[in-house]
Write a protein that binds this ligand. Structure first.
Ligand code: SF4
Ligand code: SF4
Ligand code: SF4
Length: 209
């Protein structure tokens, strides 16, 4: 797929799954890794992306260990760069050496770089390994300060136990954790699956995976 077509297709997803700047994305499928079937009530805790500064407290303040907060990368905003600010800490390296020798932003190597098209100087997708992510926020902070703001943190409702008073909300210095309405027929999942999005669009099912 050439660059223009790729971007055009990606652009068709913009807005399809975004709830007005909300902190999560709505998906149709069930997450097989779900430990809980949240939300059970009409509201869920969410992170307001307009307020969050990726201070790092979400990693430790959640009552769940590891945190119910995870980083995600919105593929509709990502530029698919050879070098990603959220993935690579030092850009002074050849493309073909990034994966093997590049200095990574994530302490746990949870940001996954995958060639999409065009070879070593082409286009790459970046996704977050949810099992490795601790919600330290380092990748999202760099992406928001230097990149396209496609990486951010979410409270995954399938991992959140729905505390009456969210302990992250209690300590957040930016007042970024909010209650938001949810709908019983919705299922929530915190990462964009580019391949599934493209497949759904080709099948005429819209953008959500
Ligand atoms: S505590 Fe607040 S500002 Fe810090 S990472 Fe969490 S939501 Fe963002
Ligand atoms: S939030 Fe922290 S642990 Fe999670 S992927 Fe980003 S850098 Fe890695
Ligand atoms: S409501 Fe509880 S489980 Fe959910 S994010 Fe907040 S502290 Fe963590």
């Amino acid at each position: 797929m050439d660059r223009r077509k790729f971007i055009q297709r990606g652009g068709q997803f913009v807005g399809a799954a975004v709830l007005g700047g909300a902190a999560w994305r709505v998906f149709a499928g069930k997450d097989p890794e779900s430990e809980f079937s949240q939300p059970t009530g009409p509201y869920v805790w969410r992170i307001n992306q307009e307020k969050c500064t990726y201070c790092g407290l979400c990693e430790t303040a959640c009552v769940r260990k590891p945190s119910a907060v995870k980083a995600v990368n919105d593929q509709t905003k990502c530029s698919y760069c050879v070098g990603c600010y959220g993935h690579l800490a030092d850009f002074n390296i050849a493309s073909e050496l990034i994966d093997s020798q590049g200095v990574k932003v994530c302490p746990y190597n949870a940001v996954i770089r995958k060639e999409f098209t065009g070879g070593k100087d082409g286009y790459f997708t970046y996704t977050i390994d949810q099992a490795k992510c601790t919600a330290c926020g380092k990748c999202a902070k760099r992406c928001n300060e230097l990149g396209t703001k496609s990486m951010f943190l979410i409270i995954r409702p399938d991992l959140c136990i729905g505390c009456n008073r969210c302990s992250i909300m209690a300590v957040c210095p930016k007042d970024a954790v909010e209650l938001a309405h949810s709908y019983p027929e919705d299922d929530y999942r915190g990462n964009f699956d580019l391949d599934q999005m493209l497949k759904n669009q080709a099948d005429g099912k819209g953008g959500a995976a």
